[in-house]
Design a protein around this ligand. Structure first.
Ligand code: GLU
Length: 469
């Protein structure tokens, strides 16, 4: 059997963290089993589905590098086929027309509420003679669900999930305007697309029982289900907006690497012994559904950040530079000058060692791209008082004499200069940093000098020295 999985988002908002994890698990399982991973956009709710949301799903999957096989299926395009199935069930006596009026339904709802119950349709048209149907009500088609016994979903994560059939009512398959309901469309599509494994959030567990009944009524085999516990916030409550960003695109904007995000999502609910850093290739090799946990995983930004730092340190320089580029452009409000990119490349080893995300990296590198003379920030202005300006102008003379512009010679020169004037290293390094970067916080001072290069460094120091009267 070829394994076929699918990701079936409803395009009613951005691609959120939970959806991304569902997509990842389906993708991994398909790749692991050398099967297929299909994408279905569940756009049957025309009022709530938007083009932007569809695009956000495509963009999110592309960012995470989760490519699907075959054409994208748009659920709405199958409406006719789905409606035909409802009629097929009707003819087979497995569905029936219901002429309940909205008033009758709200009465049922009211009564259920008064009794503190969930509303279940009371099946009043199930056995009633259609000859009694009112002429001014357009009927819906309802599923003739089993009344007794139970429906068992053999879930690959949750185990056998038993639902008493008395808990499930006769759901609508076809609305009075002839449009199929979501539940019917999902079953029809999962069958038609040959889905063998449906991996999704456990908020769909009750649906799975209803869908199983419908599969069986249609004479089809339901897919194997794997319902994954939802993601919770650090406080243990279901992940929601108040926990911070939910859209995967927001993490891209925060400078999280896609590989780090995938690694993090993978570990949210799935484990392989104590492994934390798991490459895509290893994940494909190891991913089994029985290693999905049964309790909700907690989303923890700190852990994502530290994982991201690890991925940044592992990344190749060339790749990192191209990832940094759009963030840099945004920060500088223009494309960085390509002639200055070697500066960034030289600073990369130092930037890498401390960064938790790409934004921090470009912020720490911004000084490389600034126009001179630099505009100093407030504290840098304070540091560069007349006394410090004097120190810089004297240090400049020493540095100009240097034959080589390398960490060792620079350090020797700066320390030697400080010693010769009985100054503490900080007394020299602080004004030096302020002169070179315009700020008081920066990567290591010698890394800064090397990244800027000899000419630019001396030029920036010269700008400060020129202030000495
Ligand atoms: N469209 C559903 C959702 O976005 C998923 C349905 C399914 O996976 O069966 O929650």
């Amino acid at each position: 059997m070829t394994v076929v999985t699918r990701f079936a988002p409803s395009p009613t908002g951005f691609l959120h963290v939970g959806g991304a994890r569902t997509a990842l698990f389906n993708w991994l399982y398909a790749r692991h089993a050398k099967g297929k991973f299909l994408l279905r956009i569940e756009d049957t709710d025309r009022a709530r589905s938007t083009e932007e949301a569809v695009q956000a799903i495509f963009d999110g999957l592309e960012w995470l590098d989760l490519s699907h096989d075959g054409e994208v299926v748009f659920q709405s395009e199958g409406a006719e086929r789905h409606a035909a199935l409802a009629h097929q069930l009707l003819e087979a006596g497995k569905a029936y027309r219901c002429w309940c009026t909205p008033e009758e339904l709200s009465e049922m709802r009211e009564q259920a509420r008064a009794e503190g119950q969930r509303m279940l349709y009371d099946r009043r048209w199930r056995d009633r003679d259609p000859a009694e149907a009112p002429t001014d009500v357009a009927p819906v088609i309802r599923f003739k669900a089993p009344v007794e016994g139970e429906t068992v979903v053999e879930d690959l994560v949750q185990g056998a999930v038993r639902v008493a059939n008395a808990q499930l009512d006769d759901m609508i398959l076809l609305r009075s305007d002839g449009t199929p309901t979501y539940m019917l469309s999902v079953v029809a599509d999962d069958h038609d697309m040959g889905v063998t494994h449906a991996i999704r959030g456990d908020d769909h567990l009750t649906n799975a029982a209803r869908q199983t009944q419908l599969f069986l009524a249609l004479g089809w085999q339901p897919p194997a289900y794997a319902h994954i516990p939802l993601i919770h916030g650090a406080d243990g409550a279901k992940l929601s907006k108040r926990h911070g960003a939910l859209a995967v695109s927001a993490y891209a904007e925060m400078g999280i690497l896609a590989e780090a995000m995938c690694n993090y999502l993978l570990r949210l609910g799935w484990s392989h012994s104590d492994d934390e850093i798991i490459s895509r290739q290893q994940a494909v090799e190891w991913f089994e559904l029985d290693a999905i946990g049964r309790s909700p995983a907690r989303f923890d930004m700190e852990r994502l950040s530290s994982l991201n730092g690890i991925y940044i340190r592992q990344a190749e320089d060339g790749e990192l530079l191209s990832l940094l580029n759009p963030h840099l452009s945004r920060l500088l409000e223009q494309e960085p000058d390509p002639a200055l990119m070697p500066r960034l490349e030289r600073l990369l080893p130092s930037l890498k060692t401390r960064a938790k995300n790409l934004i921090e990296m470009v912020e720490n590198a911004q000084f490389l791209f600034l126009q001179t003379p630099l505009v100093l920030d407030e504290i840098a202005v304070k540091i560069l008082n007349p006394e410090s300006q004097e120190i810089i102008s004297e240090l400049l003379i020493e540095l100009e004499k240097l034959g080589s512009w390398e960490e060792e010679s620079l350090e020797l020169a700066v320390r030697g200069f400080a010693d010769s004037r009985s100054l503490k290293m900080g007394k020299v390094a602080q004004p030096l940093r302020a002169s070179l970067t315009g700020k008081t916080v920066s990567p290591g001072i010698f890394d800064v000098m090397i990244a800027l290069g000899r000419e630019e460094s001396l030029g920036r120091l010269g700008d400060i020295a020129a202030r000495v009267s």
